[in-house]
Design a protein around this ligand. Structure first.
Ligand code: FES
Length: 214
């Protein structure tokens, strides 16, 4: 069946198109809107985007397969990116991944049997100072240990992503939906989560020898 955006999202595409001198330049934000609605970039979505932006399906497909944030096959209700680059690995990233694989019942690159979570490995997500961390959907969860991770995953499974993020997330990505904690370029700054407030109220670590002047 042919893919169609909701009227509200169609209007958003029209707005996006006014920002660029040529339609092709709107490819990433339009794909992002479609993935928001459909969950993944299906062949029908590729055809819709190609037609809307007057591009070939090969161009659209090439972009979708280049960027890891676009999914070219169905994913679970929540996508968990576990960072496996150096800072996170030195602070237990492998243990975080192992624990997630056991808890979710699937290895990295796959979806849990209940369809609620897809587990993916990520390269550095630019939160090295708060390692180890994971990104779930649009939100970061940092300074993790296994017990915290269990609470976060359980909250996502029971409450849904936005409520879990409001309780536990320390940071939102640019892609967080309008009106959420993460906001967007057009929304007001979000209130901090309880976890962010807790971390901010902790005293700073004592200086180590390198940090102290002589
Ligand atoms: S290494 Fe994990 S956020 Fe940078």
């Amino acid at each position: 069946m042919a893919f169609a955006l909701t009227p509200e999202r169609e209007q958003q595409v029209d707005d996006i198109l006014t920002r660029y001198p040529e339609r092709r330049a709107a490819l990433l934000p339009v794909l992002w809107l479609c993935q928001r609605q459909n969950g993944w970039i299906s062949p029908e979505v590729v055809e819709y985007v190609a037609e809307r932006l007057e591009l070939s399906t090969a161009i659209v497909k090439g972009v979708v397969t280049f960027y890891t944030m676009f999914f070219d096959e169905p994913v679970g209700e929540n996508v968990v990116w576990v960072c496996r680059t150096l800072s996170c690995d030195l602070r237990g990233g492998k243990a975080i991944q192992d624990h997630l694989e056991k808890k979710l019942g699937c290895t990295a690159g796959h979806t849990s049997p209940d369809g609620k979570f897809t587990l993916l490995k990520a390269e550095c997500l630019a939160a090295c100072g708060q390692a180890p961390m994971v990104q779930i959907n649009d939100y970061y969860y940092e300074n993790l240990n296994v017990a915290q991770l269990d609470r976060i995953i359980d909250a996502h499974a029971a409450q849904g992503g936005e409520d879990a993020a409001a309780e536990f997330s320390t940071c939102a990505t640019f892609g967080a939906p309008h009106g959420s904690r993460g906001g967007s370029v057009t929304s007001a700054p979000p209130p901090p989560s309880r976890e962010a407030v807790r971390l901010a109220s902790q005293p700073p670590p004592a200086n180590d020898e390198k940090g102290e002047g002589s």
